[in-house]
Design a protein around this ligand. Structure first.
Ligand SMILES: Cc1cc2nc3c(=O)[nH]c(=O)nc-3n(C[C@H](O)[C@H](O)[C@H](O)COP(=O)(O)OP(=O)(O)OC[C@H]3O[C@@H](n4cnc5c(N)ncnc54)[C@H](O)[C@@H]3O)c2cc1C
Length: 471
């Protein structure tokens, strides 16, 4: 209690008193979205600084007292990155909400790290422009968290991940020093590419306090189609054809049969799923797969022409159903999928992996087989065009045996991804949950370089220890 009081008093000398939360309010800051798999830590303090200088003083304080400092945005991360598993101080960016724009550079925006992703999307839209990254938790996640995880989302296929939109970063480094990296105040992109180093660094190299983003001209037209296939092989052929075509979809997602069945009630075009919902055929749903494809552009005629070509190509592969659907209704259905699956048994181990898109069918068959072997209900959906697979294994969170089997299934799915020439993370990052596997499976020389970078930027080892890379 004495230590906690002393810490609280010291922190109140750095930030306004109300920016140091009382212990009774720590609850939501003990975990991120991996709470679905039972991951939770216990911080010694939770602080919400309002200015960059306060972040610098907090980092210096943690270094002097060897306290872990865990940067946190919206806490929607799916790798345990913002969970204070080693205790310490959670630094939440929720009060860093500055928004600035420069009339001389109308297609850019400078925002504080705590501005929510959906707010950035809205600000871009109001300017007639596009901020394309659309990770599923956008109404809660922050731009700082998006940069720190290099978040993707359905439109990453057409437009790239968050990092592709960053032209500059303000970051607080060891010793509390503020640095600007990238374009902006000083034109410093001639040296080593520091923004590239910080993008995806998961709070382990510095605390991002503000981001300068580039915005794109917004497409005037977007059309979305759903193709439902009875057999995964047909969907794989359609995917291969599509990726080899010049159609350049802006979004190309997939959903396996069990996912479609579980979420059919809320699906915006439920009649398209009728072949799966038919009682007699439900047992065959496991092998079914739906592809959702969006084409966008600036001219309706060009998009319509590409749409015809797309439908011809999908027809060739013999879908059970092929129809245009509402893109916005599909997006909100998709956003609710994770929580819906988690609610089926109370807990969900959700491991994201990357597989080369041409091996998607093999990955899905393998994930289903893992679930069957371990007697765990499994689901898979993701971004087919990018090879991002979200494999979900359900467990009743209070039942240790189920939890263990679901975790084992998740580990096997990651191994499967590696066997297929993929990687252990599609888009969620390494965080705490994959830190050991990452070290085991990385090239030793590359790992040495990464450790040298970590040591140089975090010599006291306080920046989100135990995440991404173990010292
Ligand atoms: C329903 C749902 C759907 C999702 N869909 C997607 C998806 O489609 N694509 C995708 O990529 N992800 C997705 N995610 C995962 C998550 O939304 C992203 O990882 C997001 O970028 C996390 O942002 P956040 O602000 O919540 O970060 P947090 O969870 O708070 O933190 C994530 C990591 O970033 C670090 N961090 C946060 N802020 C900073 C900062 N200012 N400086 C330095 N480090 C920082 C943390 O330490 C942690 O390691 C989804 C999550 C949910 C719950």
């Amino acid at each position: 209690m004495g230590v906690a009081r002393g810490l609280e008093r010291d922190l109140r000398a750095i930030v306004p008193a109300d920016a140091v939360l009382a212990a009774a309010r720590f609850g939501p800051y003990c975990h991120d979205a991996t709470i679905q798999r039972g991951l939770r830590g216990q911080p010694q303090a939770v602080v919400c600084p309002e200015q960059t200088a306060q972040i610098g003083a907090l980092l210096r304080y943690c270094e002097q007292h060897s306290l872990p400092l865990v940067p946190r945005g919206g806490g929607t991360g799916l790798a345990g990155g913002a969970s204070p598993l080693a205790g310490g101080v959670v630094l939440c960016t929720e009060r860093l909400r500055m928004v600035a724009s420069d009339p001389a550079e109308p297609a850019t925006l400078v925002v504080g790290a705590g501005v929510r992703t959906a707010e950035v999307q809205r600000l871009a839209r109001e300017r007639g422009l596009l901020f394309a990254p659309d990770p599923g938790g956008a109404s809660i996640s922050t731009i700082g968290g998006n940069v720190a995880t290099n978040a993707g989302g359905p439109h990453a296929l057409g437009y790239g991940r968050t990092g592709a939109f960053v032209c500059g970063l303000e970051v607080v480094l060891s010793g509390g020093e503020r640095a600007w990296c990238g374009e902006g105040e000083r034109r410093e992109r001639c040296g080593y590419d520091l923004p590239a180093l910080l993008i995806g660094s998961e709070g382990t190299l510095g605390v991002i306090s503000a981001v300068k983003l580039r915005l794109l001209p917004a497409p005037q037209v977007a059309r979305t189609w759903l193709a439902l296939f009875e057999a995964c092989e047909q969907a794989q052929s359609a995917l291969d054809l599509l990726l080899a075509s010049g159609l350049a979809p802006s979004l190309l997602d997939f959903f396996d049969g069990p996912t479609l069945l579980a979420a059919a009630a809320r699906f915006p075009a439920r009649q398209l799923l009728a072949p799966l919902l038919d009682r007699g055929r439900q047992q065959h749903a496991r092998g079914a797969l739906a592809l959702v494809v969006e084409l966008d552009g600036h001219q309706a005629s060009a998009v319509n022409e590409r749409g015809q070509e797309l439908c011809g190509l999908l027809e060739e592969c013999g879908p059970l159903r092929l129809a245009e659907i509402s893109g916005s209704a599909f997006a909100s259905w998709r956003e609710g999928l994770g929580p819906l699956l988690a609610s089926l048994r109370g807990g969900r181990v959700n491991d994201d992996l990357y597989v080369p898109p041409r091996r998607l069918g093999e990955a899905l068959a393998g994930i289903a087989a893992i679930g069957e072997e371990l007697a765990v209900e499994s689901f898979a959906f993701g971004h087919a065009g990018e090879g991002v697979v979200h494999a979900s294994f359900l467990a009743a969170i209070e039942r240790a045996d189920e939890r263990e089997r679901a975790h084992l299934a998740g580990e096997r799915a990651l191994e499967l991804g590696l066997e297929l020439g993929g990687a252990i993370s599609g888009e969620h990052g390494i965080g705490a949950i994959k830190v050991d596997l990452y070290a085991q499976r990385s090239d030793p020389a590359a790992l040495r370089v990464q450790r040298a970078i970590k040591q140089a930027l975090d010599p006291h080892g306080v920046l989100n220890p135990g995440k991404k890379l173990r010292a």
